[in-house]
Design a protein around this ligand. Sequence first.
Ligand SMILES: *Cc1c(COP(=O)(O)O)cnc(C)c1O
Length: 476
Amino acid sequence: MKYFSTRGGMAPASYSEILLEGLATDGGLVVPETVPRVTPAQIESWRGLSYPELATEVLGLYATDISREDLSRMCHAAYSSENFVDAAIVPVTPLEGEISLVGLSEGPTLAFKDMAMQFLGQALEHVLSTADRALNIVGATSGDTGSAAEYALRGKAGISVFMLSPQGRMSDFQRAQMYSLTDENIHNIALEGVFDDCQNLIKALSGDLEFKREHDLGTVNSINLGRISAQMVYYFWAWLRATDAVAEAERATFEVSFTVPSGNFGNILSGHLARSMGLPIRRLVLAANENNVLDDFFRTGVYAPRAAAETYLTSSPSMDISKASNLERFIFDLLGRDPERLAAAWRELDETGQIDLTAELPRFVSEFGFESGTSTHADRVATIRSVFETTGTLLDPHTADGVKVAREHLEPGVPMLVLETAKPAKFPEIVFEATGERIGIPEHLDGLLELPQHVTDMGNDEAALRAFVAERATKR
Ligand SMILES: *Cc1c(COP(=O)(O)O)cnc(C)c1O
């Protein structure tokens, strides 16, 4: 399997090669040359597999330049009981009526980013050691992504992590999670400034190609195809669990729908790919919060990213986006996987600030199964409350956005699987507002808040950051 760019300007590369790069060399996104098809019989033959075994099968269709033995070892190391609290790794639990929750937050940072990042950590270490290379991850985080990256890359050979976070803007829990790590290859930097200041410094360093090359800088952001491919696995897993009780004769064509709390369009894009591979998915329902550029897109066919100033801070913060980087991969498929049409669409975006695909709108549902909806703070609170009152289950605000939108898209006889993207313990304020319950941190993380913290305070100073990275970067 080879990979090339949505915009057509990159020589075909292997899975191992594209793991280290998020963006294609021509500014497009990396996509597989063809989407591998799986037959109903093949999916059925995976029914008895454990999660790491299933991951080996699904990822084996993409990571064709990594040996089966290595891939299996990596999947078992990533999806182990050391990293994931639930024995199933991804529990699928009935919630109400047709709706079940797909538990993607059993990992070390209590959010779904762990699902992809744990695999990526294994894969990067393997690829770097084979190629005798080093990688220094530089990133900015306001919470979830940074901690998931650190927990996946801690102690990995050949890799260091430099993570900027805005001083005083993270929750006590998030700070404790990241800053309590003692691994020598993890560097937390608390910057005097806001998230955008962190992001700007990272762009300045990564944009300096000489500095980037000299210090082997890289990122593990949500456009990384290693992450996208690892996320496909749980769509297969959830479909298999949802159909375990379906009569054997009916399974092959038994359709389920998914609702996905979405930000950068990474999670749901993996669902789109799984569906393209042949998994019987009826609808992929995108749930947005108040930052609903994507809901607008799926309802109107016009993609109009917003300015940072028009992006709200909400109570489901991991979905607060102004543009959705991964959408380019869906639009590529929508435009017949034609790099010229895709490049023209992105020129339109540069020139007019939007892409008008209203001519294609009917195909969004009929061909690709996409629907969408929006959920607000009041919806989140009401959903957390009603689910708690009727089932006793506490939801985090992102998953609540998902359940709210899922309820509006139910169809009789079609199971609706809502992806649970975080644990409520990460967001105690809204849980308290909705239910009056004071939720503590999970038992297995008892004592986390009291651990000594390791963090370097830094002014908003590019020269200081450069010196810091240059001095501590892992060398080849
Ligand atoms: C990252 C994140 C999302 C959004 O996922 P995308 O892949 O960016 O669409 C939703 N919920 C939580 C809790 C997240 O951490």
